[in-house]
Design a protein around this ligand. Structure first.
Ligand code: F6P
Length: 550
């Protein structure tokens, strides 16, 4: 099946959906472990490789026949055309009338016009000069001392991607500069981060696509006041503040020199922006050459996504499996568990990527949807997770598919710990699949010498149903290249889901209301009479807050 086979219609889409409903009823009694017995060689047939990653999706409640139906659904959704539209810069974000061209940032401007492509090249060149200056201790603070600490101030896409990738690539960090992140409007965040730092040797990156986000503006003001309190004058700010934004006027009005602004473009979505100058903290931490390796890994995944046959296409298969569990198997949540401590922020990053992109309930044309879209994404680094939420995965009542992510080689081999980490990861995916039957549990308890009554009481609690699906993504090592590929894999998986669901993955109107209401409430809090239209609960809580503050 290729991108050009696009002659199917909406009716074909409905028929494919119906066929999958029928397939679902056929699969009702099927067990994943039995599929391995029925089909020797299943693991190989249900594994894919691309851009330094291997995906084993054989531990899913899915057969080759089911895949054919899912691929037909993809075809009926015109996925091939939509992939081309994405890469070629069509107005894929239709509610904001913009393309979503994050892929152009890692492909030398592919999909952009000449001027925009040139601007991207210039920005990367400026990033290299800036990063090298910092590393070579040539960027000096106002008192002539070299910068030792860089603090990124941003939130959402202007924070989560950079903080996740900086943590993930800590083994590649260059010692000369420490990188920190401030995002939360809670004054605790800015206070605690700044506490050990010296204003003379600290540089701030104010990262905000809109330069309108209240959290970022207030934290940037707090950082600027901290500098002023240390004795800096307005003229000294240029040594300590740079910005990344599309809103040049607002950055200049804030007091940051125009020459210290790295541009951003409206065709890059916030949660897809770590590949742009928003990725500066990553580049500062690991150096520009490594940052380019991150882009190269993502580019390799882009090429795979754009060119591979859908049956062999990693993001397409992962997206379709997600649709299968969400819409046909009743899954309302999905866990992502990296068995690599450096990836501990990856689930938080995915929460924005997946839930802000695909947490929608109307089609592109505004019609309400008659089916579910994205469920809850959660996760943490394994094996910690085994001692927190895996109980629910194994014996809870919900169907929660899991993505396990694990490297074969550790950056930190300590005794046999990496082998144990891997064994734990495999143990979990296998336990989810095979479970423990009543017969097995009964036999074990009999062997331990329990009597019949005790066994009757205890056995049901020890039964583990199994038949819980999982994917495993394995790589040789977590490097800038494989991390780039991994992030791009999930970006494209999210896109595949959005195409099947017929939604715009690149807008986020739902987050606006809360921002507006927070402003209204802030105003009401300053004036006793204002806010009378608020509900009783909100008014009561405001009153409690004010009484306690007084
Ligand atoms: O949370 C909403 C949001 O608009 C995100 O989409 C975005 O990543 C974040 O706020 C930060 O926006 P900005 O970079 O404009 O400050």
């Amino acid at each position: 099946m290729t991108a050009s086979m696009t002659t199917l219609t909406q009716q074909d889409w409905q028929e494919s959906w119906y066929d999958l409903e029928v397939y679902k009823s056929l699969m009702a009694k099927q067990r994943i472990d039995a599929l391995f017995q029925e089909h020797p060689g299943r693991a190989q047939a249900f594994s894919l490789a691309a851009a330094g990653l291997k995906l084993d999706f054989s531990k899913n409640l899915m057969t080759e026949e089911g895949l054919v139906l899912l691929l037909k659904l993809a075809q009926a959704s015109r996925l091939g055309d939509m992939i081309e539209a994405l890469f070629s810069g069509a107005e894929i974000n239709n509610t904001e009338h913009r393309p979503a061209l994050h892929t152009a940032l890692r492909s030398d401007g592919d999909g952009l016009d000449k001027t925009a492509a040139e601007e991207v090249r210039k920005t990367f060149a400026r990033m290299r000069v800036f990063v090298d200056k910092l590393h070579q201790k040539q960027w000096l603070g106002y008192s002539g001392k070299a910068i030792t600490d860089v603090v990124n101030i941003g939130i959402g896409g202007s924070d989560l991607g950079p903080v996740m990738a900086t943590r993930a690539l800590a083994p590649y960090a260059q010692d000369s500069i420490n990188v920190h992140f401030i995002s939360n409007i809670d004054g605790t965040h800015v206070t605690e981060i700044l506490k050990p730092l010296n204003p003379e040797t600290t540089l701030f990156i104010v990262a905000s696509k809109s330069f309108n986000t209240i959290e970022t503006r207030m934290n940037a003001e707090a950082a600027r006041d901290w500098c002023f309190r240390a004795g800096m004058a307005q003229g000294d700010i240029k040594h300590h503040f740079v910005a990344v934004s599309t809103n040049i006027a607002a950055v200049v009005a804030f007091g940051i020199d125009e020459e210290n602004i790295f541009p951003m473009w409206d065709w890059v979505g916030g949660r897809y922006s770590l590949w742009s100058a928003i990725g500066l903290p990553i580049a500062i931490s690991i150096g520009m050459d490594n940052f380019e390796q991150l882009l190269a890994g993502a580019r390799a995944m882009d090429e795979h996504f754009r060119n591979a046959d859908f049956r062999q296409n990693m993001p397409v298969i992962m997206g379709l499996l997600s649709v299968w569990y969400t819409n046909f198997m009743g899954a309302e949540a999905q866990a992502v568990i990296p068995y690599d401590h450096y990836l501990h922020k990856f689930p938080s990053f995915l929460q924005q990527l997946e839930m802000e992109s695909n947490g929608k309930s109307v089609r592109r044309n505004g019609e309400p949807l008659k089916y579910h879209t994205k469920g809850v994404i959660f996760g943490e680094a394994g094996s910690n997770t085994q001692h927190s939420f895996h109980q629910l995965l194994h014996q809870g009542t919900h169907c929660i598919p899991v993505d396990f992510i694990v490297p074969a080689v550790s950056h930190n081999p300590v005794a046999q710990q990496h082998d144990y980490l891997f064994a734990n990861c495999m143990g979990q995916s296998r336990a989810l699949m095979v479970g423990r039957s009543l017969e097995q549990v009964t036999a074990e308890l009999q062997e331990k010498g329990l009597d019949a009554e005790e066994i009757k009481q205890l056995a049901p609690h020890k039964v583990i149903p199994g038949n819980k699906p999982s994917n495993t993504i394995i790589m040789e090592k977590l490097t800038p290249y494989t991390l780039g590929a991994l992030i791009a894999l999930y970006e494209h998986k999210v896109f595949v889901e959005s195409v099947i669901w017929g939604i715009d993955a690149f807008d986020q109107w739902g987050v606006e209301l809360g921002k507006v209401l927070a402003e209204d409430i802030y105003t009401a809090m300053q004036d006793d009479k204002a806010g009378e239209e608020l509900d009783e609960s909100t008014l009561g809580l405001i009153q409690f807050f004010k009484e306690k503050q007084a």
